[in-house]
Design a protein around this ligand. Sequence first.
Ligand code: DGL
Length: 249
Amino acid sequence: MNPSPIGIFDSGLGGLSVWKEVKIACPSESLIYYADSGNCPYGSRPPEEIIHLSSEITQFLLRKHCKLIVVACNTATAAAIAHLRANFSVPFVGIEPALKPAAQLTKTGHIGVLATRGTFAGAHYQRTKEKFASKVEVHIQIGEGLVELVENNQANTPEAETLVRRYIGPMLDAGVDQIVLGCTHYPFLLPVMERVAGDRANIINPAPAVARQVVSQLEQLGLAAPEENQPEYSFFSSGDSARIFEMIG
Ligand code: DGL
């Protein structure tokens, strides 16, 4: 039993979609969230920069005595998780596009993946695609500009709808019936995405699966907090922290 906090970080506010699920799945665990909004977006940065930023945040979370760190960012997982695991002894849980459930659920044999340039460029994505989605047609789309809309409180605006329509419209026309959200910012665009997709496609948010992975790691490693632990939630940001509180409601 270990009452120390779990650290969760993202390039910005997107990882709060994971934070919400971890909070539900682990009601006794204290959580420390770090939003690197001052350096957001990560999606178009070179891997070396993302490794540097992720290492700095990991050191910050370790100074706060985190017992496990969730890399709640597909782009940072793709670029940096191997480096983090090799250089820090704390356990890490990462996130990657949920190709496996999409490939299992599709009836049309066409799945769509929306993610950042960095996520698609990583070796992780290629490996997952070969392993789980080799028998289906995968339609990929870089979600240029979507992260910025979420960071700037514009997720439910006509601009957001125009961009979402531009990105997922062609996938839908190609017969995609599953759309994987490969960036933790995108679940905040779900109302717009569901409006655009209607009943043509199911949208897959991998955050609940990440929370289940956190529970299983805590159990396996004997790191879970005692049930009677009173959890504390703290938030840090390299940008405007007020937006965090608006997003968690
Ligand atoms: N939330 C990050 C992800 O899951 C956004 C990346 C970015 O900052 O571009 O990929």
